[in-house]
Design a protein around this ligand. Structure first.
Ligand code: PGA
Length: 252
């Protein structure tokens, strides 16, 4: 059985004090949740404060991005060891906004995954097609290339630390969610591809989150599906009540 994982990606939102206020509320709201991994991904500037705030709670910390070198003259970058040092367990890698606005390629994503795994971080690796690609019937081709180029070549132990987030770009921040069936279809396909690049047993253990306009109203319908193991939540993760409602979704 794969343990569900629900992560809030705050993107470039919240000052440190806003982040601390948020997490104080969230801690109380989700204190009774035992069977789900709950993750928040604040901005780099808020990581330290949030790390202190969630100590001893059931909430875990993620970076929103990372660089592949461990130190040196890379102005503006943050290394895996720095994320680890500040208390991160997870790191989001290859988010479509990074790919779209900062030129991140599958090759760079793979380098970031490697460096993060070497530091013991658990990567959340994002894949997903653009609207034109879906409309041109290329969803599976695009996702297959992303899965292979980002994830091929890792050992069993490494694969066990990786979570994949399927985020169709057309559904991110648009209010347009993929239907649960559309999501399940791609998740099943990703798992099948993972089976080819590793083996069936390993791919059965890999968690695949859905991301793209997830909210308290659609999470239950998504989570019903056998290959949907959680969610990566943007907009709805910014308020404690909506994020906690996503985390405490009704099981059907
Ligand atoms: P959204 O963002 O929930 O606001 O669509 C999801 C994401 O980008 O991870």
């Amino acid at each position: 059985m794969r343990r569900p994982i629900i992560a809030g990606n705050w993107k470039m939102n919240k000052t440190v004090s806003e982040a601390v206020d948020f997490v104080r509320q969230l801690k109380v709201l989700v204190a009774d949740v035992r069977d789900i991994d709950i993750v928040v991904a604040p901005t780099f500037t808020a990581l330290r404060a949030i790390s202190r705030e969630i100590e001893g709670s059931n909430i875990e910390l993620a970076g929103q991005d990372v660089f592949w070198e461990s130190r040196g003259a890379y102005t503006g970058e943050i290394s895996p060891s720095m994320l680890k040092d500040v208390g991160c367990r997870y790191v989001i890698i290859g988010h479509s906004e990074r790919r779209q606005y900062f030129g991140e390629t599958n090759e760079l994503v793979q380098k970031k995954i490697k460096a993060s795994l070497a530091m013991g971080l658990h990567p959340i690796v994002c894949v997903g097609e653009a609207l034109e690609e879906r409309e041109a019937g290329k969803t599976f081709d695009v996702v297959k290339i992303q899965v292979i180029q980002c994830l091929e070549g890792f050992s069993r132990e490494e694969m066990e630390k990786i979570t994949i987030a399927y985020e169709p770009i057309w559904a991110i921040g648009t209010g347009k969610t993929a239907t649960p069936q559309q999501a399940e279809e791609v998740h099943a396909f990703i798992r099948e591809q993972m089976g080819y690049i590793t083996n069936r047993q390993i791919s059965e253990g890999v968690r695949i989150q859905y991301g793209g306009s997830v909210n308290p109203d659609n999470i239950s319908d998504l989570m019903v599906h056998p290959n949907i193991d959680g969610a990566l939540v943007g907009g709805a993760s910014l308020k404690a009540d909506s994020f906690s409602s996503v985390v405490k979704f009704k099981r059907m």
